[in-house]
Design a protein around this ligand. Structure first.
Ligand code: HEC
Length: 419
């Protein structure tokens, strides 16, 4: 409610109630605390402008009958139905506007994680996209010849996830990683776009196209059109507690999947996973803590040892491996250091370490606090601490760290393009 609307009210009581109501509904300082994007739109810009959805719920939102719970993800006959139920949940109320403002979705609101605006990969101003791992020549199909083609993405959480993000960032000058435990039925979805020319990825014809300020054009400079290639989902599902507590899945756009002119009807599951199945995969057994759709076309690469990864992802990683390392250090020189994506001749011990199934909320070691599979929280906190270090002045000591309080130390941010 806008307080100017109260002016027309005649009776004193209704004027008072109206003013009180509008004050209660005003965003508080913390609700508008975080920047939307790395750069503001240039003067005269008339296109869409990204707004960070940051009015995080203050109490845990109820969720009734999550539709994917009707299906057993571990049963290969029901796995595609599970994935489609999650996909529909992400799409509902968002397709009419092509995800223009997820905070105004009439079916259910979605929330963005803060502090992904800073740095060279930071959110661009049109759609809030952040830079992802670039695709190497050939990774996007037989016609793909441009090496290191750029990919950009934007992700959001449902209200249960938004509640947790709000708790971690309740004090915008002091994020609290100990609050990063997502409630059951948290869902996150992420749209990933590629800058690959259509001629190299012809299966993307008809997909969602977004103009994006990926060249940080100060004014009229070129802002390329990107195409939706991949859509990622993550679900906190109690039935996955025996491995990790999370089910991560991904879809790819396929022109020939449908005759519909609706881009979202062309999304085909690539697969989903709820564990890395080590050490089984180390003795070259096929992973069982996942389901892969062998009918997808094109069949682009998966991840390490046949584990699930999406078309734009690193073929030597997996969704669960990379996300389990969403952790923040609580001490200087935390031990052990978080493993990186293993190289081609990594030893079995290194692979086992990388593929360890980490439970929801489980700290990597006593030196860490878990961020419960949220790499957006991890990157955001890391960006925030980096900015604070830069503000620390000539002594290099930021005011907060002088107090000697035990607070998060900067963990090298896990990036999707880690190699
Ligand atoms: C090598 C690392 C890596 C791999 C592999 C990876 N991701 Fe991520 N993912 C990231 C990073 C970093 C972010 C946060 C930054 C961002 O959103 O751009 C992220 C963000 C997300 C998000 C948004 C919420 C969150 O958890 O932060 C989802 C959902 C997601 N990824 C799903 C997946 C799925 C599904 C796969 C496998 C198909 C996958 N990811 C593979 C690194 C990875």
């Amino acid at each position: 409610m806008d307080s100017t609307r109260c002016v027309g009210r005649v009776k004193h009581l209704s004027l008072l109630l109206c003013l009180v109501g509008s004050l209660l509904l005003q965003p508080s300082a913390s609700e508008a605390a975080f920047p939307d994007a790395r750069n503001p739109p240039p003067e005269g810009w008339e296109g869409p402008v990204f707004k960070l959805s940051q009015r995080y719920p203050r109490s845990l939102p109820r969720i009734s009958n999550p539709p994917w719970l009707r299906f057993d993800f571990a049963n290969s006959a029901e796995a595609p139905q599970y994935m489609n139920a999650v996909l529909n949940y992400c799409l509902q109320g968002n397709t009419a506007t092509n995800f223009a403002d997820v905070s105004r979705n009439p079916v259910r609101k979605w929330y963005h994680a803060p502090w992904l605006h800073s740095g060279s990969a930071g959110r661009e101003f049109i759609h809030g996209l952040t830079r992802e791992r670039p695709s190497r020549e050939g990774e996007l199909g037989p016609l793909h010849v441009t090496d290191r083609v750029q990919n950009w993405a934007v992700g959001f959480y449902n209200s249960r996830g938004g509640y947790t993000i709000g708790r971690v960032w309740a004090d915008e000058a002091n994020p609290d990683p100990s609050k990063a435990k997502f409630p059951l039925h948290t869902v996150s979805c992420k749209l990933i776009f590629t800058a690959a020319p259509l001629a190299e990825v012809p299966y993307l014809e008809g997909t969602l196209e977004w103009e994006a300020d990926i060249n940080r054009a100060a004014n009229a400079g070129p802002r390329p059109v990107l195409r939706l290639l991949q859509l990622d989902v993550a679900v906190r599902d109690p039935r996955a507690d025996f491995t990790t507590g999370w089910v991560l899945g991904t879809f790819q756009y396929q022109k020939d999947a449908s005759a519909s002119s609706d881009w979202w009807r062309h999304l085909v599951p690539v697969g989903m996973m709820w564990g890395n199945d080590a050490p089984r995969v180390l003795i070259s057994q096929p992973p069982q803590e996942q389901w892969i759709n062998t009918n997808r076309d094109p069949q682009l690469h998966l991840g390490l040892r046949g584990l699930l990864n999406g078309p734009i992802d690193n073929p030597r990683s997996s969704c669960i491996a990379c996300h389990g390392l969403a952790q923040t250090a609580m001490v200087e020189d935390a031990e052990p250091s978080l493993p990186r994506v293993p190289n081609a001749n990594a030893s079995a011990a290194t692979l086992q370490r990388y593929l360890r199934n980490i439970e929801s909320g489980e700290a990597y070691s006593p030196d860490y606090v878990s961020l419960d599979y949220s790499l957006q929280l991890q990157v955001g906190i890391s960006n925030f601490l980096e900015a604070r270090e830069m503000d620390a002045g000539p002594t290099g000591v930021a005011p907060e760290s002088r107090t000697g309080e035990r607070g998060p130390r900067r963990t090298r941010a896990i990036l999707r393009d880690d190699d």
